[in-house]
Design a protein around this ligand. Structure first.
Ligand SMILES: [Zn+2]
Length: 90
């Protein structure tokens, strides 16, 4: 099976240098739920339930948790690293 860099599409040679890039994005709950202060608790829960019922299970999962795993070439590894460290270098 020929593998390619997930970012630039460059072919990754067998026995050559490749990097496995793993990332997780997990929804962070800060303890607050945005509600309309005029709504009762029941009305608020009804709203949340009706919002959730519009989404499929997959969509809900994607909003809460996303996991990535890619193979990338050395050049793309450098680019990704640069991107992630941009704030620190400013
Ligand atoms: Zn690449």
């Amino acid at each position: 099976m020929k593998s390619r860099c997930a970012r630039c599409g460059k072919r990754l040679k067998k026995g050559g240098c490749a990097y496995r890039l793993k990332a997780e994005l997990i929804s962070h709950y800060d303890g607050y739920i945005r509600v309309n202060p005029n709504d009762s608790m029941t009305a608020t829960l009804d709203k949340i339930n009706s919002e959730l019922s519009k989404l499929t299970e997959d969509e809900i999962e994607r909003q809460v948790y996303r996991k990535f795993e890619y193979l990338v070439c050395p050049a793309c590894r450098d680019e990704v690293e640069k991107f992630l460290l941009t704030e620190e270098r400013r």
